[in-house]
Design a binder for this molecule. Structure first.
Ligand code: HEC
Ligand code: HEC
Length: 292
């Protein structure tokens, strides 16, 4: 650019030397006018560019974050969840969760069922058995949330309850206790210690269940446990039952060892075996000494 300008001005000066000053000056004027137009155009395009840039920066800083960022995040969770599902669950539940001969359809079971099954380590099922056992969970909480988002996106269903300590502290413990005795104790036993059912099935002990898992179990009815829907036990009552289960877990045993909290039968058994056994031992010892 500068070199061409330099050569231009050199050419004009040589033209001036050739003796055509008016023509040259007019040509020079035209040239300088066109140069100033070019300069003006260039500066206006720079202003436009700066304006656009400033608008862009202001948009990114001031634009409302909420919805614009939330949707891609939710979609991302569903996408990740689908990938995890294809890897760990699809062999039994089908590639689109439609079910197969190895496992039921999961369309419409909801996030609550996924959280219950995965956070208690029941799923992924290791081997076919009468009943899935509670194990350490194989997946992290984030991964479980992602699979929940995927299953929830397929057909809705009961949501993850996400109870807080405050929810439990506010709950009516006495009402929870009554509901527990009326609806749950026949299988899980009055103190939640668990008990065997028929055909190798069993109602497990509730000593490890979190409050969320208690509500999820009620809403989704895993295996031979019945579903307790909101029509039967409403939202508030469900939280009260969860609070009561937590109370059973925390309750101290002032009388000494609780012996599984099974009540008078094991306590009597312990009294007979240990108490009578000790007396018998003393009798034999006395008898053995008298012979000498
Ligand atoms: C080896 C086969 C197998 C694998 C792998 C498996 N499942 Fe299952 N799943 C089953 C069977 C069988 C049942 C039904 C019996 C039961 O509930 O234990 C079931 C039940 C469930 C239920 C309860 C459905 C309801 O109606 O409440 C959920 C939720 C579930 N599975 C999620 C998963 C997820 C998520 C994975 C992957 C992390 C997974 N499963 C991996 C076999 C499997
Ligand atoms: C008919 C018997 C039956 C009744 C009634 C019943 N349950 Fe269950 N419950 C079961 C069985 C069976 C399982 C094991 C399911 C499995 O392994 O998939 C279970 C599992 C659970 C678990 C999971 C425990 C764990 O640590 O993994 C919780 C929590 C639970 N029940 C709470 C309740 C509550 C609360 C009630 C009353 C509202 C109730 N149950 C009523 C049979 C029953």
């Amino acid at each position: 650019m500068t070199t061409s300008k330099a050569s231009e001005s050199a050419a004009s000066s040589s033209a001036g030397a050739a003796g055509r000053p008016r023509l040259v000056s007019r040509r020079n004027a035209r040239r300088s006018r066109s140069a100033s137009v070019r300069r003006r155009r260039r500066s206006s395009s720079i202003v436009l560019l700066l304006g656009l840039l400033a608008t862009g920066v202001m948009w990114t800083v001031l634009a409302p974050g909420g919805n614009a960022t939330e949707t891609p995040d939710a979609n991302e969770a569903v996408r990740q969840g689908r990938a995890l599902f294809a890897q760990g669950c699809a062999t039994c539940h089908g590639l689109n969760a439609q079910g197969s001969s190895e496992g039921p359809s999961l369309i419409g079971v909801g996030a609550a069922a996924v959280d219950f099954q995965m956070s208690t380590g029941r799923m992924p099922l290791a081997a076919p058995a009468a009943q899935a056992d509670r194990k350490d969970p194989l997946y992290s909480e984030t991964q479980i949330d992602q699979v929940e988002a995927y299953i929830q996106s397929l057909g809705g269903g009961p949501e993850d309850p996400d109870l807080t300590d405050a929810d439990l502290n506010d709950a009516d413990l006495a009402e929870g206790g009554e509901l527990f005795l009326a609806n749950c104790a026949q299988c899980h036993q009055a103190a939640g210690a668990g008990a065997p059912l028929t055909y190798g099935k069993f109602a497990p002990s509730l000593s490890q269940a979190t409050a969320d898992q208690v509500v999820e179990a009620m809403r989704t009815g895993p295996e031979s446990m019945p579903v307790f829907g909101p029509g039967q036990i409403n939202e508030e009552e469900a939280v009260a039952v969860a609070a009561y289960v937590r109370h059973l877990q925390d309750a101290p045993a002032p009388g000494g060892a609780s012996i599984g909290k099974y009540g008078p039968v094991p306590e009597g058994l312990v009294a007979i075996v240990i108490g009578l056994g000790a007396l018998l031992g003393v009798c034999l010892w006395i008898g053995a000494r008298q012979k000498l």
